[in-house]
Design a protein around this ligand. Structure first.
Ligand code: SF4
Ligand code: SF4
Length: 303
């Protein structure tokens, strides 16, 4: 099985991962909520291991903008599954009788903890995994398997705990490594439907149409990154014009098909644009607000 694990690592690296590891389900399952555990075991009754892989999407040195770096390229669910499937098929061919099921983002597993447990990176106070070469600018992909592969890693390594992410967070959403989605600008820009007045104020001041990179841009663990972002993610921010935002939902989805910011349709983006416009009209133009926290001062991480 040692040989299969090494092969798995080579396949995941070939698929574009900048770091990978293997976690034991005996550690993972007792730490999951009952509903999530049931879902995982329903999908794979003989689950034994979770192979974790981190795929780089940015460096933090990209131009500031109004769409978060993670959402500027191809929808990562789609891209990661495309990259993981050949690795899963190759491993199933190498391990007759074993199953390797790819997951991207929507798995029932506590993904960041699982990745930290198997040594893919440190556990950040910003709730993100911090890899050595791509920092927190990674998407996590997984292969769940019933093959008893050797495990990697061990005790979870926390980040340096400087607290800069908590200070940079505009909504005060971070506490003890957990993100409160009611106060997180990124979560709120993606929410459909009504927001509270306080949440609308946060959006007006945040200057973002979609997402928020502040707790990543300020993080010292994101300095000096060396991993190159994968090409499907390393795209310039698409200009979203007034005409785009006036499109009907289906037409909007068609126009930006395959992009990560369309999954909730046009409504949240249209609302976010209107709030930014209001803010501008009130003289507190989002153009004059700090975008991406202290981005202007620290946006030189690639040095
Ligand atoms: S900013 Fe500091 S506390 Fe926050 S994740 Fe980075 S290293 Fe950890
Ligand atoms: S994404 Fe933005 S709002 Fe959300 S926790 Fe990070 S800094 Fe706070």
């Amino acid at each position: 099985m040692e040989e299969i694990l090494l092969r798995a690592g080579a396949l995941l690296t070939q698929a574009g991962a900048c770091a990978w590891g293997c976690a034991d389900s005996a550690w993972l399952l007792p730490r999951m909520r009952e509903e999530a555990r049931e879902k995982a075991l329903e999908q794979m009754p003989g689950l034994k291991r979770l192979l974790c892989a981190a795929f780089p999407y940015a460096r933090g040195t990209e131009r500031a903008g109004r769409i978060s770096r993670y959402a500027r390229g191809e929808d990562y669910h789609r891209a990661l599954l495309r990259r993981l499937r050949p690795a899963a098929e190759a491993l199933e061919a190498l391990c007759p009788g074993a199953v390797f099921t790819p997951w991207a983002d929507s798995s029932p597993f506590p993904e960041v903890y699982a990745a930290a447990r198997c040594g893919v990176g440190k556990l950040g106070k910003n709730g993100l995994l911090l890899t050595r070469t791509a920092g927190s600018y990674v998407f996590l992909g997984f292969l769940a398997t019933d093959a008893p592969l050797p495990v990697t890693g061990g005790d979870i390594t926390p980040c340096r705990g400087c607290g800069l992410c908590e200070k940079a967070c505009p909504g005060g959403a971070l506490r003890d490594g957990a993100v409160d989605p009611e106060k997180c600008l990124s979560a709120l820009t993606q929410r459909r439907g009504a927001l509270t007045q306080a949440q609308e104020r946060l959006l007006r001041g945040g200057g973002m149409l979609w997402g928020c990179d502040r707790c990543q841009l300020c993080c010292p663990e994101n300095h000096g990154l060396t991993a190159a972002p994968l090409p499907e993610f390393a795209r310039a921010e698409p200009p979203l014009t007034e005409a785009d935002l006036a499109l009907g939902d289906r037409a909007f989805r068609r126009r930006f098909t395959g992009r990560a910011f369309v999954w909730r349709g046009v409504q949240p983006l249209r609302r976010n644009a209107a709030l930014l416009q209001e803010s501008k009209a009130e003289g507190a133009s989002a153009d004059h607000m700090p975008r991406g926290g202290n981005e202007e001062r620290t946006n030189n991480y690639g040095k």
